[in-house]
Design a protein around this ligand. Sequence first.
Ligand code: FE2
Length: 322
Amino acid sequence: MLCVGIEGTAHTFGVGIVTESAVLANESDSYSGVGIHPREAADHHAEVAGAVLRKALEKAHIPITDVDLISFSQGPGLGPCLRIAATCARTLSLRLEKPIMGVNHCVAHIEVGKWTTDAEDPVTLYVSGGNTQIIAYAGKRYRVFGETLDIGIGNMQDIFGREVGLGFPCYREIDDMVRNGTYIPGLPYTVKGNDFSFSGLLTQAIKMTAEYTVQDVTKSLMEHAYAMVVEATERAMAHTEKKELLLTGGVAAAPRLQEMCSIMCEERGASFYVPPRSLCRDNGAMIAYEGLLEYQHGMRMDFDETVVRQKWRTDEVEVTWL
Ligand code: FE2
């Protein structure tokens, strides 16, 4: 079965093509303004949609008429961006007379991670611009065992980068500074129960740049943020008694975060997995795979159910495929 997946929750417009056993194409184009203006990002997506789809079909060496199923990111995400992805999916579905599936973006991150690593029943640490959640499967749902109370860790990083003049995107500069900087104590460490909060930490770090170098503040900011999420993840692993950690999302590529996760897993005898980078960040292949999985387990979607769901939570999805 061939499934086309369309991702469009935030910065990235992506088109992936998968079968049950392989990713045939995973193309994308990202809006690259400083920060994200939802309408501008949506305009970007509308502009590149045709070209990204064509490129994906070329890479997969298939005519569009061979496609069996259309999947799209139905939520959560920015309304204007979601509506572009949904409109593309509906158009393809009508034109090709093929079924359509709207899938949850966060759940797609987890399932593609399990598909492309040896993880079977992991605790997932999903870290990106808009989302930071600790998720594990229990009783027909992917339950949230900890999450940000305000902004995503990637958003914190981007705002900090913008405020101190690093530009956008700035993850490479940040990774370098984390590697070479000197840790300064004194920033707030805000873990509440098993949730965490980044906005106070961000404000304090920006203030600190008046007194310390950007490099040292960046190092300290990210050490705090990573330690907070890894601490809460470890607690979720102890609570659920799961022995695997899956790290995914756009921030999963951060070397120091990977190192902290790896040390934590080693200390508790757990396995640690990170999917290939192209499948960690927002991408169409994960949307295609999730749609395929759901369709093959008997789920179907009527056209009038394809309305976008901006605030669709991970734990609202009934997992029928496990
Ligand atoms: Fe994402």
